[in-house]
Design a protein around this ligand. Structure first.
Ligand code: HPA
Length: 234
């Protein structure tokens, strides 16, 4: 047991997929894994371990936002020995060229504020994805007929009342989309020698104000899981 995860020692795999929503973790385990068992339900943050194509995999919710993800990523790596962590989640597009349902593979994650800011102070640390995971995720997406956008994203601390001036600068500097977790995942993984990646689908558009219909979310989510699993094990 760690402070926020109830799993026993050895119950968490070296490869962990991290959706924000704990019920997405349950859906992934039921849909993609064999012999999955629930290994955590502390505070309703569900985690499951099972196998995919013979590989042991854990799917564990991160919660929303960097402070929540930071707790789980730290404990998964430091207390349970996780070595590969892949966020699967949604994002809001910040470029006209990015459309609803598109897949984004985040090479870097810019951020204004993360739980890691205390380490870096005036330094603008550049959180980046693991190259091996990123290149394999791109190949896995292309093999499924999906052309992903690969580039920088923005990890915000707020969903509502975002700073319009900051969003404008992100768009101006080619940032593909906004979400709320990847920068801290990349930073914590870097700090502890783990590999990290974020595979995202566009659920809403900050420029056109379109949104993915609820009925389409599951299919998009399935594509991400498939890409993430292949990235981890190909
Ligand atoms: N902002 C922040 N996080 C998000 C968004 C957004 O518009 N869409 C999906 N995750």
């Amino acid at each position: 047991m760690s402070i926020h995860i109830g799993a026993a020692a050895g119950e968490i795999a070296e490869t962990v997929l991290m959706p924000g929503d704990p019920y997405r973790a349950k859906w992934v385990a039921e849909t993609f894994l064999s012999d999955a068992t629930c290994i955590n339900e502390v505070r309703g943050m569900l985690g499951f371990t099972g196998t995919w194509q013979g590989h042991r995999v854990t799917v564990h919710g991160s919660g929303m936002g960097m402070p929540s993800l930071s707790i789980y990523a730290n404990e998964l790596i430091r207390d349970y020995g996780a070595k590969t962590l892949i966020r699967i989640g949604s994002c809001g597009a910040m470029q006209e060229s990015v459309k609803i349902r598109d897949v984004i593979i985040a090479m870097t994650a810019s951020t204004l504020s993360t739980p890691s800011q205390g380490f870096f102070k005036e330094l603008n640390f550049a959180p980046c994805a693991d190259w091996h995971l990123l290149s394999h995720a791109v190949a896995a997406a292309e093999q499924r007929g999906i052309t992903p956008h690969v580039g920088g994203i923005y990890s915000s601390d707020v969903f509502y009342d975002e700073r319009p001036d900051l969003n404008e600068q992100m768009t101006r500097h080619g940032i593909l989309a906004v979400e709320m977790e990847a920068a801290e995942l990349y930073t914590v993984a870097a700090r502890h020698g783990a590999r990290a990646l974020a595979v995202l689908t566009v659920s809403d558009h900050l420029l056109t104000h379109e949104a993915l219909p609820a009925a389409d979310r599951e299919r998009s989510f399935g594509d991400m899981v498939d890409i993430a699993l292949h990235a981890a094990f190909d």
